[in-house]
Design a protein around this ligand. Sequence first.
Ligand SMILES: C[S@@+](CC[C@H](N)C(=O)[O-])C[C@H]1O[C@@H](n2cnc3c(N)ncnc32)[C@H](O)[C@@H]1O
Length: 264
Amino acid sequence: MSLGWRMATSFKDVDLYDYPEYYDIIFDDGTSEEADFLEAIFAEYGRPKTQRLLEPACGTGRLLIELAKRGYEAHGFDDSEAMLKHGERRARGAVTLSCQRMESFQLKGKFDAAYSLISSFKYLLTEESALAHLQRVAACLKPGGLFVLGLHLSDYDRNRPVHERWVVDRGGQRVICNTRTWPADRKRRRERVRNRLRIEAQDSSKKLHESSWEFRTYDASQLRRLLKKVPELTLVASYDFAYDLTVPRELDDSQEDIVLVLRR
Ligand SMILES: C[S@@+](CC[C@H](N)C(=O)[O-])C[C@H]1O[C@@H](n2cnc3c(N)ncnc32)[C@H](O)[C@@H]1O
């Protein structure tokens, strides 16, 4: 058996967030479109001048860096040192990052808007931690400030895994990303997610990375019940991951992706 074959068939167990360089390759593609959407949301629903932004669980700060380029004052935090270090290198002082957790973060000053777009919120595995996060975000927003929260809802009747695959070429590397989400467990409020990356370099060497984690699950009514416990935040609109402001949608179970616009 050749070494090449063995490498091609065995995935190494890793934490996705310990490899920020590959994270950025696979997620950076949509950054400019997400920033356009956020700016449109700020203009439509936000304070008269939205300037000071916060991204909880900002990862490498890819979105903060884009928004800083567009003239915003960009602040973020994450609990992964590796993601933050990579972000600091990329941002070259243009954004302010700190190592903190969503359920317990503390920051100075108030923000015009906060956002968290791609299901990071679901890493908060208990109702208490999710609630603590929403309350903390609400407390650090100025009156009329927004929290734009995007996540995948769970269909508890689905009994097969959902699979997503995409491929990105960048800097001489090809990264093939396969994500699998197993059916949600209604009782435990959990779903298992697995991410597999196949990283191919120009010299034909390959790396195979696998990471797995659990998310807390929400259907529309569970999310509504949680939001009711945070009266400081009012739901003013919802959209989906098409990020199209001309196509609002209801917070219901008709589709799995949802972006909530919550106002302080
Ligand atoms: C899917 S990534 C999203 C990163 C970034 N928001 C983006 O859009 O690229 C999820 C991030 O959540 C962070 N994270 C997970 N649990 C966290 C917690 N309890 N507090 C702070 N960050 C957390 C991870 O380290 C990771 O960087």
